[in-house]
Each structure stands twice: as C-alpha cells, then as structure tokens.
Design a protein around this ligand. Structure first.
Ligand code: MLT
Ligand code: MN
Ligand code: ZN
Length: 303
C-alpha cells in the first residue's frame, strides 16, 4: 500500500493565520517549513480505491497536490469519498464540509465520534441538501473483525476518552480518540496512525511492535512547551498530547523500535510552537539517534 502524507500540522496549521510565534514566522519566511493539517490518503494496490484518514480544513488543496487522488481524465467527478476518522476534533473533521461536492461521503468512526458529529456539529442536517453521508462503524482491534476499505483492512485501537472542546458535555467513552491500524492483506504490511496520544498503553505498544510504519502524535516536543511559549496554560499531557521528549515523552519509549529494525516511526500533528518545525533544531539529531523521525507534508511511504 501507499501511504500519502497530506499534512503534518496540529490544529491551526503552520503558519497559523493569527500567529507570529517563531515557528509561524519561520514558515512564512521559509515556505518549505509550512505544514498543512495532519491527514493521510491510503492507497491499496488498486490506486483508484484510495481513502482518507481524517478530513482536514485543508483537504481540497491536499487532494490537488496528489495527481492520483484527482479524477481520471475522462471521468467527470470523484463520486464517492471514503473517510476514516481518528476522533471528532475540528482539525480532523471540518474537511467533511469542504468535500460536499461528492455525491456520497462514506465515513468510518467510533460511536462517540459519530454522535458528536451528528448532534453537536449537526453534520447530517447541514450536509444532507448537498451530499449523502453514510456512517459505518469502525471496528475495534482485537474485539472485532477489521473492515475492508478498498482492499485494505482497517480497525481502531482505542486510545483515550479525550473529547473535543465543543463536545465537553458528552459522556466519557474509551474510544473518543483512536489509532487507526491499516493492514494490506496482499503484502501483510501494516501502518499505524495515532495523531492524538493522551497516554501510553500496553495494547498500543503491541500494535507499534506489529507495525511496519507508525505515524505518531508529535504535537509538542516537551511537556512545558504550551505554557513556555504562551500557547496554553496547560501542559502538553494535560492537553491530551504526550510530549516527544522528557520524562513522560514518547521518544524514550520508542528508542530502538525504529531505525535499523526497518520499522519507520515518524512524528506528525506538530503544533506551530514545536521546535521540530525548524529543520535545523538539534532535536532532529537526537531523534535520529533513537531511530525516530518527523513526517513531512507530501511524503509517500511505500509499504
Ligand atoms: C487537539 O489536537 O488537541 C485539538 O485538535 C485541538 C484543537 O484544535 O482545539
Ligand atoms: Mn488536533
Ligand atoms: Zn505560531
């Protein structure tokens, strides 16, 4: 399968329209540092059967920058878009409104995510005059059989009960935020996509060990980055994002799991305050020493 990285930024993107922090200013000065909201397109052996992992506010431009995601010459329109969601966050779902020109949008997500999108955001009501939304259950790894989307087997690893801010009144549920596991039965290769990692768990560790490519929450480099940069008064972990470095960081847990093992482990969902947005930051070298890396917009991973 091909994994097309459509974007690698956290909510707001880099640069963020109302921000003049060093990361946003640097991205305005150096266009190669720009990052669109994080999302993926996954392509099985049949390239026409692609689907999206998350639908970001940047989705239309993200599709435009990958020729194989556009309608073929002679085909008038892309009639159906398939989208698998990791959560109900606005940076991962607002793109559903942007692709309303499709005649149908097939969505796979967990139950609390569907409820938030249909009741709090009223997506069914708002979009029904434009397109047909079809909701499908996203099966949980281990408990249920994966679902087949265009020849790829997809399931979800529950990660946390972290709700979007607009759904704060909704009940707790262990699958508000999940990692997507995508396996190509033709090759046996597996990708894991977890852009919002609030806590570490044994099942997650096992899924990482079973994967050939892992795209992981790299929102903040350190736990104190949000208060230190004035982004938020809360720490990274209090915001539902384990930091990359430091005592509760994910890098030390992942040390030796990437690199020479052949497994690619790449951070994504970078906030614009994250020093990793600067390619010259010494943190890149520290991560490389652990066999880890940072995903780039428009990169294609061939699994
Ligand atoms: C998150 O990743 O924590 C959310 O997307 C933040 C937000 O956009 O409010
Ligand atoms: Mn986000
Ligand atoms: Zn900024």
């Amino acid at each position: 399968m091909l994994l097309r990285v459509l974007g690698t930024a956290a909510g707001g993107g880099t640069p963020q329209w109302n921000c003049a922090c060093p990361g946003c200013t640097g991205a305005r000065r150096h266009p190669a540092r720009r990052r669109l909201h994080d999302g993926l397109a996954l392509q099985p052996a049949d390239p026409g059967a692609w689907f999206l992992a998350n639908a970001t506010p940047d989705i239309a431009g993200q599709l435009e920058s990958h020729r194989t995601l556009l309608p073929d010459a002679g085909q008038e329109r892309t009639p159906v878009v398939r989208v698998v969601l990791t959560d109900a966050e606005l940076d991962h779902t607002l793109g559903l409104l942007r692709i309303r020109e499709a005649s149908r949008i097939e969505i796979w997500c967990t139950e609390p995510v569907r409820k938030a999108l249909t009741t709090r955001l009223a997506l069914d009501e708002v979009l029904s005059p434009y397109t047909a939304l079809r909701w499908n259950d996203l099966p949980l790894t281990g408990a249920e059989r994966p679902t087949d989307i265009g020849g790829l087997h997809v399931s979800a690893v529950p990660l946390s009960a972290k709700r979007p801010r607009y759904a704060a009144g909704e009940p707790a549920h262990p699958a508000w935020s999940v990692a997507l596991k995508v396996r190509d039965p033709a090759t046996g290769k597996t990708a894991l996509y977890a852009p919002a990692l609030a806590s570490w768990s044994e099942p997650l560790e096992q899924e990482i060990a079973d994967s050939d490519c892992v795209l992981l929450d790299g929102t903040f480099l350190t736990d104190d980055e949000p208060p230190r940069t004035g982004f938020s008064r809360r720490t990274a972990s209090a915001m539902g994002h384990l930091p990359v470095e430091g005592p509760n960081g994910t890098a030390s847990r992942l040390c030796g799991r990437g690199g020479k093992t052949g497994r690619r482990i790449l951070y994504t969902h970078l906030n614009n305050s994250n020093p990793l947005g600067d390619p010259d930051d010494p943190a890149h070298e520290r991560l490389a020493g652990l066999g880890l890396g940072v995903a780039a917009d428009r990169m294609v991973v061939n699994l």
